[in-house]
Design a binder for this molecule. Structure first.
Ligand SMILES: Nc1ncnc2c1ncn2[C@@H]1O[C@H](COP(=O)(O)OP(=O)(O)OP(=O)(O)O)[C@@H](O)[C@H]1O
Ligand SMILES: [Mg+2]
Length: 358
């Protein structure tokens, strides 16, 4: 009998069956399996586990050996198990925001995929579920949140800190509110970093369950400053179903992974079109890529948001669809995404208890 050739995919899919002790999620989706290598019948892998508890490490190793023992064709197994360095304990020293329990970044590798739309509606949907929510527009060059949430305004200062504006129950800060319509804003990297740090640390955020951060596109100064400045609960990656956008989403995802920020999941935006006349669904950009990418990268899939004029109008007129048409199918989609984000955030906190205020 010929034994099928052993592949990395076979190893990873076996490891997807191994749950982290006490959790409903598996080691792969938590990003705890690193540097998997198959040489002939020998498997090498590294376990990065967010604990220094030797008993837990031993338990995980035993489960990994057991799961891989069932994969045909495995000879030797070399596991290197290192306790994961406490996330983001870099010398630059991220500091929590007092009173803010979870900080969620909304990112994408590519521009124009709907990050701001998702960030705004996600924040509003979380607030509708009863949470206290803030929204930070971290797009210093091209802030869109003021337009998306309607009427401009000028935040005031109190005891040396900025007081956020309140829009639809959200505490909101954007450089757009602070500078008005002076665009385009041309700032050099260090100034962008400084501005973002101020928007994070020099604002009276109040007691918040969630602070949603709307990032500019790509993986540049802002993203780096954010991961170095505050302990993020996790990142949400927005993509469209087109192949190019998906490749960029993968890049965004890697950035968070390298910074040891948990990935809460991928949202596929502009996923399909619902005809307003016949209600039929058309997959304009070939739907399903977001789900495939999340499966192949082992991160949760958070949902598909349709391409819909009501979503664009909501953004352009300052009345986002979640609050303007709360009964619509689109609002329901955003509420479902918000619920999955909430669950993923709680799972991330469970997996990395040392970094986050409980
Ligand atoms: N699901 C959708 N249906 C219809 N229009 C949408 C949808 N998502 C976003 N849009 C529209 O697409 C445009 C770009 O969206 P948005 O500004 O949210 O993207 P972004 O990723 O934040 O862009 P940038 O990279 O410039 O920050 C906006 O006009 C928005 O209203
Ligand atoms: Mg944007």
């Amino acid at each position: 009998m010929v034994t099928p050739q052993l592949t990395e995919d076979a190893v990873i899919s076996a490891l997807r069956e191994v749950k982290y002790p006490g959790m409903s999620r598996d080691l792969v989706s938590f990003g705890m399996i690193k540097n998997t290598r198959v040489e002939g019948t020998t498997v090498y892998l590294e376990l990065q586990i967010p604990t220094e508890d030797a008993a837990v490490i031993a338990k995980v190793q035993a489960s990994v050996r057991e799961a891989l023992g069932r994969v045909p064709g495995i000879g030797e197994l070399h596991i290197q198990a290192a306790p994961r360095q406490a996330p983001q304990e870099a010398a630059s020293g991220p500091a929590p925001l007092p009173g803010v329990r979870r900080i969620i970044a909304v990112a994408s590798g590519k521009g124009g995929v709907g990050k701001s739309t998702v960030a705004v509606n996600l924040a509003l949907a979380l607030a509708q579920s009863g949470a206290a929510v803030g929204l930070l527009d971290a797009d210093i060059y091209g802030p869109n949140v003021p337009r998306m949430l309607g009427e401009p305004g000028r935040p005031k200062a109190h005891e040396g800190k900025i007081v956020p504006l309140v829009r639809y129950g959200l505490n909101v800060i954007s450089v757009g509110y602070l500078l008005g319509d002076q665009s385009p804003i041309i700032w050099r990297g260090p100034l962008v970093a400084q501005a973002l740090k101020q928007l994070l640390h020099e604002v009276h955020w109040g007691q918040l369950d969630y602070l949603v951060v709307d990032l500019p596109p790509g993986t540049g100064d802002t993203q780096l400053t954010l991961v170095q400045s505050v302990p993020l609960t996790g990142g949400v990656i927005v993509t469209t179903p087109s192949a190019v956008a998906l490749m960029d989403a993968e890049r965004g995802l890697k950035m968070f992974r390298e910074a040891r920020v948990p990935i809460l999941g991928i949202v596929e935006n502009m996923s399909y079109f619902i005809c307003p006349h016949c209600q039929g669904e058309t997959d304009i950009f070939s739907r399903g890529g977001g789900r495939q990418v999340s499966e192949s990268l082992g991160v949760p899939f958070l949902g598909e948001i349709p391409l819909n004029p009501a979503i664009r109008e909501g953004g352009d007129t300052g009345a986002p669809v979640v609050v303007a048409k709360p009964e619509s199918a689109e609002a329901l989609v955003f509420r479902n995404v918000a619920e999955r984000v909430r669950l993923a955030a709680e799972a991330a906190v469970e997996a990395m208890p040392q970094m986050i205020i409980r």
